[in-house]
Design a protein around this ligand. Structure first.
Ligand SMILES: Cc1cc2nc3c(=O)[nH]c(=O)nc-3n(C[C@H](O)[C@H](O)[C@H](O)COP(=O)(O)O)c2cc1C
Length: 206
């Protein structure tokens, strides 16, 4: 049975660079025999967490929108590829809204102490981020947020693809290696013959 790879694109714009890399990574995963699904947050309605803490009692989110559908898909997937532009040195607001809504999974696990249905499965994730400039700490915040997000989802943090100095829509297509690296990392992510890495494979390109 083929593994399921879910790609989530969070950029709000058309011809998004992080989106283009995500599509390449999904193509790479498909080339390894995976079944892939692409979801663009710009087509969905995911409100921010309202911190009502009702999830502390039931382990589910009381804000009803597209989060419930997406949460099921994230829990069902064997692999996740999460793509974001860098906005003010971190993930974009659309990405952060989704991440914050996963607080109900955190409550499920750590407040109610109930295991997620995913426990024991080989689940892995890769993060793609693109920034318009180059700065030493550009991806630090993404790394840290992704670590906690993926812990809540019970996914091994397998890889990063970070690309600097890409600002115009679609510009990443002209990068000498980013598109190929996305394909390669997507293909690697879909592999099941190697154990998950102990720390994320980190590819940072300029
Ligand atoms: C609101 C906003 C904030 C941004 N903040 C940063 C930043 O902190 N550092 C940076 O290098 N680029 C920043 N950028 C530029 C984007 O990261 C860059 O254009 C990137 O290619 C966008 O990715 P996308 O095409 O996938 O949306 C910002 C752009 C916007 C619109």
């Amino acid at each position: 049975m083929s593994i399921k790879v879910l790609g989530i694109s969070t950029s709000p714009r058309a011809s998004s660079n992080s989106d283009l890399l995500l599509q390449q990574a999904l193509a790479g995963a498909e080339s390894a025999g995976a079944e892939t699904e692409y979801i663009g947050l710009r087509d969905l309605n995911i409100a921010p967490c309202i911190e009502c803490n009702s999830c502390y009692k039931k382990g589910v989110c009381c804000v009803e929108d597209d989060y419930q559908m997406l949460s099921s898909k994230m829990l069902e997937a064997d692999r996740l590829i999460f793509a974001t532009p860098i906005f003010f040195m971190t993930v974009c607001a659309q990405a952060k809204a989704l991440i914050d809504r996963c607080q109900c999974l955190w409550a499920h696990k750590y407040v109610l102490k109930q295991p997620l249905q995913t426990i024991g499965r080989d689940r892995r994730a890769m993060v793609i981020a693109v920034g318009g400039t180059k700065s030493k700490k550009m991806f630090d915040s993404v790394r840290l947020t992704a670590k906690y997000f993926l812990d809540v989802l019970e996914m091994n943090y397998a890889a990063n693809l970070f690309v600097n100095k890409i600002d115009e829509p679609g510009q990443v297509k002209k990068h000498p290696s980013a598109m190929e690296e996305a394909f390669r990392l997507g293909r690697e992510l879909a592999a099941t013959d190697a154990p998950p890495p102990e720390k994320p494979v980190n590819v940072e390109l300029t």
